[in-house]
Design a protein around this ligand. Sequence first.
Ligand SMILES: CC(C)(COP(=O)(O)OP(=O)(O)OC[C@H]1O[C@@H](n2cnc3c(N)ncnc32)[C@H](O)[C@@H]1OP(=O)(O)O)[C@@H](O)C(=O)NCCC(=O)NCCS
Length: 148
Amino acid sequence: MMAASQPKVRIRAFGLPDQERLVQLWRDCDLIRPWNNPEDDIRQCLENPSSELLVAAAKNTLCGSAMIGCDGHRGWVYYLAVDRQYRHQGIGRALMEHAENWMRVRKVPKIQAMIRHDNLAVRGFYGRLNYRDGDVQLVQKWLNEETS
Ligand SMILES: CC(C)(COP(=O)(O)OP(=O)(O)OC[C@H]1O[C@@H](n2cnc3c(N)ncnc32)[C@H](O)[C@@H]1OP(=O)(O)O)[C@@H](O)C(=O)NCCC(=O)NCCS
Protein backbone atom coordinates (compact mmCIF):
# COMPACT_ATOMS: atom_id res chain seq x y z
CA MET A 1 0.00 0.00 0.00
CA MET A 2 1.27 3.49 -0.79
CA ALA A 3 1.37 5.69 2.32
CA ALA A 4 0.03 9.25 2.14
CA SER A 5 3.51 10.72 2.69
CA GLN A 6 4.97 8.85 -0.27
CA PRO A 7 5.04 10.38 -3.76
CA LYS A 8 1.77 10.27 -5.66
CA VAL A 9 2.23 8.03 -8.64
CA ARG A 10 0.27 8.14 -11.85
CA ILE A 11 0.12 5.16 -14.18
CA ARG A 12 -0.32 6.31 -17.77
CA ALA A 13 0.37 5.27 -21.33
CA PHE A 14 3.91 5.70 -22.67
CA GLY A 15 4.53 8.65 -24.96
CA LEU A 16 7.46 9.02 -27.35
CA PRO A 17 9.10 11.79 -25.24
CA ASP A 18 9.45 9.11 -22.51
CA GLN A 19 11.62 6.87 -24.64
CA GLU A 20 15.13 7.92 -23.62
CA ARG A 21 14.33 7.90 -19.91
CA LEU A 22 12.48 4.59 -20.19
CA VAL A 23 15.37 2.82 -21.90
CA GLN A 24 17.71 4.19 -19.22
CA LEU A 25 15.36 2.83 -16.54
CA TRP A 26 15.45 -0.60 -18.18
CA ARG A 27 19.26 -0.46 -18.30
CA ASP A 28 19.44 0.56 -14.64
CA CYS A 29 17.12 -2.34 -13.77
CA ASP A 30 19.30 -4.76 -15.78
CA LEU A 31 16.44 -5.70 -18.09
CA ILE A 32 18.26 -5.21 -21.38
CA ARG A 33 20.16 -8.03 -23.01
CA PRO A 34 22.47 -7.76 -26.05
CA TRP A 35 20.00 -9.68 -28.20
CA ASN A 36 17.10 -7.33 -27.38
CA ASN A 37 16.77 -3.91 -28.95
CA PRO A 38 14.66 -1.86 -26.52
CA GLU A 39 13.69 0.82 -29.05
CA ASP A 40 12.52 -1.91 -31.41
CA ASP A 41 10.56 -3.59 -28.60
CA ILE A 42 8.86 -0.25 -27.85
CA ARG A 43 8.04 0.29 -31.53
CA GLN A 44 6.55 -3.19 -31.87
CA CYS A 45 4.49 -2.73 -28.72
CA LEU A 46 3.09 0.60 -29.92
CA GLU A 47 2.25 -0.80 -33.38
CA ASN A 48 0.44 -3.81 -32.00
CA PRO A 49 -3.21 -3.22 -31.05
CA SER A 50 -3.02 -6.12 -28.57
CA SER A 51 -0.30 -4.60 -26.46
CA GLU A 52 0.27 -1.53 -24.36
CA LEU A 53 3.20 0.17 -22.68
CA LEU A 54 2.43 1.58 -19.24
CA VAL A 55 4.67 3.95 -17.33
CA ALA A 56 4.52 5.14 -13.73
CA ALA A 57 5.29 8.81 -13.12
CA ALA A 58 5.90 10.52 -9.79
CA LYS A 59 6.17 14.32 -9.90
CA ASN A 60 6.78 14.11 -13.65
CA THR A 61 9.64 11.65 -13.17
CA LEU A 62 9.21 8.40 -15.00
CA CYS A 63 9.91 5.78 -12.32
CA GLY A 64 8.30 2.57 -13.53
CA SER A 65 7.02 0.58 -16.48
CA ALA A 66 5.22 -2.52 -17.65
CA MET A 67 4.79 -3.74 -21.21
CA ILE A 68 1.61 -5.78 -21.40
CA GLY A 69 -0.26 -7.63 -24.08
CA CYS A 70 -2.38 -10.57 -25.07
CA ASP A 71 -1.15 -13.13 -27.61
CA GLY A 72 -4.71 -14.25 -28.36
CA HIS A 73 -4.61 -16.91 -25.65
CA ARG A 74 -2.80 -15.53 -22.58
CA GLY A 75 -1.79 -12.20 -21.17
CA TRP A 76 1.90 -11.34 -20.83
CA VAL A 77 3.95 -8.84 -18.88
CA TYR A 78 7.41 -7.69 -19.97
CA TYR A 79 9.75 -4.92 -18.86
CA LEU A 80 8.23 -4.61 -15.39
CA ALA A 81 10.55 -2.13 -13.73
CA VAL A 82 10.62 0.33 -10.86
CA ASP A 83 13.49 2.79 -10.32
CA ARG A 84 15.55 1.70 -7.28
CA GLN A 85 14.84 5.00 -5.52
CA TYR A 86 11.09 4.36 -5.77
CA ARG A 87 10.94 0.69 -4.81
CA HIS A 88 8.92 -0.74 -1.93
CA GLN A 89 6.32 2.01 -2.20
CA GLY A 90 3.68 -0.02 -4.00
CA ILE A 91 4.49 1.12 -7.55
CA GLY A 92 5.22 -2.37 -8.86
CA ARG A 93 1.96 -3.57 -7.36
CA ALA A 94 0.08 -0.63 -8.91
CA LEU A 95 1.55 -1.41 -12.34
CA MET A 96 0.50 -5.04 -12.03
CA GLU A 97 -3.00 -4.03 -10.93
CA HIS A 98 -3.29 -1.94 -14.08
CA ALA A 99 -2.02 -4.87 -16.10
CA GLU A 100 -4.54 -7.24 -14.52
CA ASN A 101 -7.41 -4.81 -15.10
CA TRP A 102 -6.32 -4.42 -18.73
CA MET A 103 -6.56 -8.23 -19.06
CA ARG A 104 -9.92 -8.44 -17.27
CA VAL A 105 -11.48 -5.84 -19.58
CA ARG A 106 -10.35 -7.96 -22.55
CA LYS A 107 -11.52 -11.19 -20.90
CA VAL A 108 -8.01 -12.64 -20.90
CA PRO A 109 -8.19 -15.55 -18.42
CA LYS A 110 -4.55 -15.72 -17.30
CA ILE A 111 -1.60 -13.39 -16.94
CA GLN A 112 1.98 -14.63 -17.12
CA ALA A 113 5.51 -13.30 -16.88
CA MET A 114 8.87 -14.80 -17.80
CA ILE A 115 11.46 -14.55 -15.05
CA ARG A 116 15.13 -15.18 -15.59
CA HIS A 117 16.22 -18.13 -13.46
CA ASP A 118 18.70 -15.98 -11.49
CA ASN A 119 16.21 -13.20 -10.70
CA LEU A 120 15.29 -14.41 -7.22
CA ALA A 121 14.14 -10.98 -6.03
CA VAL A 122 11.32 -10.72 -8.52
CA ARG A 123 10.07 -14.15 -7.52
CA GLY A 124 9.47 -12.76 -4.03
CA PHE A 125 7.60 -9.80 -5.49
CA TYR A 126 5.34 -11.98 -7.65
CA GLY A 127 4.77 -14.33 -4.74
CA ARG A 128 3.44 -11.41 -2.67
CA LEU A 129 1.01 -10.68 -5.51
CA ASN A 130 -0.24 -14.30 -5.46
CA TYR A 131 1.50 -15.39 -8.64
CA ARG A 132 2.54 -19.03 -8.62
CA ASP A 133 5.22 -20.95 -10.54
CA GLY A 134 3.92 -22.45 -13.76
CA ASP A 135 4.68 -26.07 -14.57
CA VAL A 136 6.16 -25.33 -17.98
CA GLN A 137 9.49 -25.35 -19.76
CA LEU A 138 10.05 -22.50 -22.18
CA VAL A 139 11.41 -23.47 -25.61
CA GLN A 140 12.39 -20.89 -28.17
CA LYS A 141 13.88 -20.33 -31.61
CA TRP A 142 15.25 -17.23 -33.29
CA LEU A 143 13.52 -16.75 -36.65
CA ASN A 144 15.87 -14.07 -37.95
CA GLU A 145 18.89 -16.38 -38.09
CA GLU A 146 19.85 -19.28 -40.31
CA THR A 147 19.66 -22.49 -38.26
CA SER A 148 20.76 -25.97 -39.16
C1 LIG B 1 10.13 -6.22 -9.04
C2 LIG B 1 9.91 -4.70 -8.91
C3 LIG B 1 9.19 -4.19 -10.14
C4 LIG B 1 9.07 -4.46 -7.66
O1 LIG B 1 8.71 -3.08 -7.60
P1 LIG B 1 8.29 -2.33 -6.23
O2 LIG B 1 7.63 -1.07 -6.61
O3 LIG B 1 9.45 -2.26 -5.33
O4 LIG B 1 7.23 -3.36 -5.63
P2 LIG B 1 6.06 -3.00 -4.57
O5 LIG B 1 6.56 -1.96 -3.63
O6 LIG B 1 4.80 -2.70 -5.28
O7 LIG B 1 5.92 -4.38 -3.81
C5 LIG B 1 4.72 -5.14 -3.79
C6 LIG B 1 4.87 -6.24 -2.76
O8 LIG B 1 5.96 -7.09 -3.12
C7 LIG B 1 6.93 -7.11 -2.09
N1 LIG B 1 8.26 -7.10 -2.68
C8 LIG B 1 8.78 -6.15 -3.49
N2 LIG B 1 10.03 -6.49 -3.86
C9 LIG B 1 10.27 -7.69 -3.26
C10 LIG B 1 11.40 -8.55 -3.24
N3 LIG B 1 12.53 -8.27 -3.90
N4 LIG B 1 11.30 -9.71 -2.53
C11 LIG B 1 10.18 -10.02 -1.84
N5 LIG B 1 9.06 -9.22 -1.83
C12 LIG B 1 9.13 -8.07 -2.52
C13 LIG B 1 6.72 -5.85 -1.29
O9 LIG B 1 7.15 -5.99 0.04
C14 LIG B 1 5.21 -5.69 -1.39
O10 LIG B 1 4.56 -6.53 -0.45
P3 LIG B 1 3.29 -5.99 0.40
O11 LIG B 1 2.50 -5.06 -0.50
O12 LIG B 1 2.56 -7.21 0.73
O13 LIG B 1 3.89 -5.28 1.55
C15 LIG B 1 11.28 -3.98 -8.73
O14 LIG B 1 11.98 -4.56 -7.66
C16 LIG B 1 12.17 -4.00 -9.95
O15 LIG B 1 12.07 -3.14 -10.82
N6 LIG B 1 13.07 -4.98 -10.05
C17 LIG B 1 14.07 -5.01 -11.13
C18 LIG B 1 13.47 -5.31 -12.47
C19 LIG B 1 12.92 -6.72 -12.55
O16 LIG B 1 13.51 -7.67 -12.09
N7 LIG B 1 11.74 -6.81 -13.21
C20 LIG B 1 11.06 -8.04 -13.42
C21 LIG B 1 11.51 -8.74 -14.65
S1 LIG B 1 10.68 -10.30 -14.82
